[in-house]
Design a protein around this ligand. Structure first.
Ligand code: PLP
Length: 461
């Protein structure tokens, strides 16, 4: 395995004056290894950790680690840093808001930027009619809010998610999650009244009439169907054309609310503002988090005003939800995404997909599939071990990517990626695949020697 090591002096230069990637120590370096050892002593071992990247600074597409190595970021903090690291407009908005007002709970008081952000997100939602928005802090909170709202508004008890879906880790959202059994292990009893449908093929929709409504529960007792328009953590799975359209028709027919969990796929990532727009489908409720505030914690649930008006005062709220600084970051992010980043995600996504498909053609037995839309791209490898090996071999070469599903590596870079960033990422990815295909045990051995991976090697989110 080769590794480019340039002069350690380069690490003292500003990020903007260095090439990316730029590795100046072995990977992980001594400071990173020390940071990992300290972390592993004090933090919850439940955190899965993909590999020992120890980020201390970021700019645009670059992440600098504790040893001064620069990595090209195609993981974006699990599909979060939509506008790149520390975009000057976002940082400016954060600083300005922090100097005015950091917190004053919008649950109990009228914080102007909260309402402004609620409107801004409703304005870009893929739904017609009068809308309102509830703001929270994270993805899982939005899923909880949607489950509560759906039950409250319809008076119906049941909620349906999909096999392979991921919606978060709190009790309601983890019940809805069905991507890996480990998320449920030893946590039962989970939330009652949740079913899981097969995902993705038009023919799968028959399950609702043939099994769910026929054998299990009447359709008029189902409050909501919650779907990721493109499954994320479950493996970057794009549904067949007709699947989401069919789901919409089924929901309308039975008075069931269609909830689009766009927490990973939304905010321009797929080359449209929302992934569901690729199929021209309008959800009843939209869930947003991750990319919406460029890394500040913010979640949003957008729903028809009538629906949100149906739950009363005190039915839901949060001390921090829609924090003013996170809202300021969201307003700057929305402006940037609307003014060029969606188009860039579409163009750079096409470029990346073409390059990755060539790798698939060169290594058909190692790379089984390349799929996705825009900059939400999954590369399925022939085995879980190969996916880990490719992820590790990319890391060793200065490219950050992230596994998902059983044996898929996802590329979900900031939406500011340039043509040359994509060219570099595809080149490194190709080298990593070639390395993993030719020397599988060697790649796994160096990963193990570096103490890199948790025993199951799986990442979440
Ligand atoms: N929904 C989807 C589609 C996600 O990808 C995630 C996280 O990865 C969540 C919900 C949960 O979000 P959070 O980790 O912010 O709670």
């Amino acid at each position: 395995m080769t590794q480019t090591i340039s002069s350690p002096d380069r690490a003292s230069l500003p990020i903007s004056e260095r090439p990316v990637p730029d590795l100046v120590t072995e990977i992980p370096g001594p400071k990173a290894r020390a940071a990992v050892a300290f972390d592993e002593t004090w933090t919850s071992p439940s955190l899965p950790r993909a590999y020992p990247i120890v980020p201390v600074r970021g700019q645009g597409m670059a992440i600098e680690d504790a040893d001064g190595n620069l990595f090209l970021d195609f993981a974006a903090g699990i599909a979060v840093n939509s506008t790149g690291h520390s975009h000057p407009r976002v940082i400016g908005a954060i600083k300005e808001q922090a100097s005015e007002l950091v917190h004053y709970s919008a649950s109990d008081f009228y914080v102007p930027i909260y309402a402004e952000t609620a409107k801004a997100i409703a304005d870009i939602a893929p739904m017609s009619g009068k809308l309102r928005t509830y703001l929270g802090n994270s993805g899982t909170e939005m899923v909880e809010a949607a489950m509560k709202l759906a039950r409250h508004a319809t008076g119906r008890p049941y909620i349906v998610g999909f096999l392979g879906g991921f919606h978060g880790r709190t009790y309601g959202s983890v019940t809805l999650t069905a991507s890996k059994a480990k998320y449920h292990a030893r946590f039962n009893p989970l939330l009652p009244g949740i079913y899981h449908a097969p995902f993705g093929k038009v023919s799968d929709l028959k399950w609702f009439d043939d099994v769910l409504f026929n054998n299990l529960v009447p359709a008029d007792e189902v409050a909501a169907i919650v779907v990721e328009p493109i499954q994320g953590e479950g493996g970057y799975i794009v549904p067949e054309d007709g699947f989401l359209e069919g789901l919409r028709e089924l929901c309308t027919r039975h008075g069931i609310l269609l909830v689009a969990d766009e927490i990973q796929s939304g905010v321009g990532r797929t080359g449209k503002m929302w992934a569901i727009e690729h199929w021209g489908v309008e959800p009843d409720i939209l869930l947003v988090a991750k990319g919406i505030a460029s890394g500040m914690p913010l979640g949003a649930m957008v729903a028809p005003a009538k629906l949100l008006e149906s739950w009363g005062v005190g039915a839901h709220g949060s001390t921090y939800g829609g924090n003013p600084v996170a809202c300021a970051a969201a307003l700057a992010t929305i402006e940037l995404v609307q003014n060029g980043l969606i188009d860039n995600a579409a163009a750079r996504g096409d470029q990346a997909m073409a390059g990755l498909r060539e790798i698939h053609e060169r290594f058909p037995e190692t790379v089984l599939d390349v799929r996705g839309k825009g900059l939400m791209i999954g590369v399925e490898l022939a085995s879980p071990q190969l996916a880990e090996d490719v992820q590790w071999a990319c890391f060793q070469r200065g490219l950050l990517v992230l596994e998902c599903g059983k044996q898929t590596v996802r590329l979900c870079p900031p939406l500011v990626a340039s043509a040359s960033d994509v060219e570099t990422a595809v080149r490194i990815f190709g080298e990593a695949v070639a390395d993993a295909a030719a020397h599988p045990t060697e790649v796994a051995r160096t990963a193990a020697a570096a103490g890199a991976l948790h025993p199951d090697g799986e990442v979440d989110g």
